[in-house]
Write a protein that binds this ligand. Sequence first.
Ligand code: PLP
Length: 393
Amino acid sequence: MAKDGEHFSGGMGINTRLAHSGNNPHDYFGFVNPPVVHASTVLFRDAASMAARTQKYTYGTRGTPTTDALAHAIDALEGSAGTILVPSGLAAVTVPLLAFVSAGDHLLIVDTVYHPTRNFADTMLKRLGVEVEYYAPHVGAGIAALIKPNTKVVFTESPASNTFEVQDIPAIAKAAHAVGAIVMMDNTWATPLYFRPLDHGVDISIHAATKYPAGHSDVLLGTVSANESCWTHLYESFCTLGCCAGPDDVYQVLRGLRSMGVRLEHHQRSTLAIASWLEGQKGVARVLHPALPSHPDHALWKRDFSGSSGIFSIVLAGGGQKQQHAFLDALQIFGLGYSWGGYESLAVPVWLGDRVVAKAPYEGPLIRLQIGLEDVDDLKADISRGLAAAAAA
Ligand SMILES: Cc1ncc(COP(=O)(O)O)c(C=O)c1O
């Protein structure tokens, strides 16, 4: 039987689908990978077809065989009607928001959101006349009390950036849909392997493909996947904005996707080993990782998620910036750098000064860790160096 991308999209195991979905090698002479199509102009056979614009590809910004291969692979994972590919994870947040909110609309955003999402809402969206309001991550069905007649979008991100609270997505979606509002979710942490937003009532699923799909800290890309009712408007808005991703980056992410399942399993295993070990370490007040039974949202995480990835935070037992910086400066393997989802371990100081409602008190400073593909014992030894330095500071 001919190997074709569609044939592999349903019913089979996740690693089989990751390895084969997206493109049909026989569409391009049997080469296993799709071509990297560098394109602006697409030629039409005659004036009639130009006028009708019915041929499959019409212009580089609207899609190519390369972007289709990745978008179809993502659709197979998300269960979505269509996916757009944009130049960064941040663009994967801003493009759908621009597509769906207008002047006079009310936008509800979880207070524990990725900071640049808040920055976009507080600057550009407010300037464009959108009313922006932040809600607590544990709001659940209580979101109904915050919804107004002009609420257009409820924006979610779960687990939370930096503090890892889990949102009750089905309850939020039910309340939002009752008044016709759209639910968007930044699902970068779980990837569609460990949480499928559309199955839980989300209308638009957002990913910084920069993280686990790309996996090597060398590509920026975002994906936005919509259900049937939002897809046409999302795609037309994407074409209106001209915010398309470059072919080499798209190809790199499809390449990364093939091994994402095995990488994520490794990230998950190492991260859980380190997170549970950290719970018993002197100098650590708390470990913020929803897959740990001690986490207050563990039951919710277990109900909805089928796995966990590689970032979480620790709360130091007392101290302040001096201890936080001492910990970070003592690390030899963990790099100090933003982003995550790559092969290498990273640590960043957490800043929560932007929060307006979710200002939980913490016992000490927070540090976010991204656990890479290195050996767990080496990473534990590095973290022990950090803890010793914080204790001595
Ligand atoms: C949750 C989340 N969403 C979106 C982004 C943005 O991704 P990018 O760096 O590709 O713009 C990030 C980046 O750190 C993130 O952590």
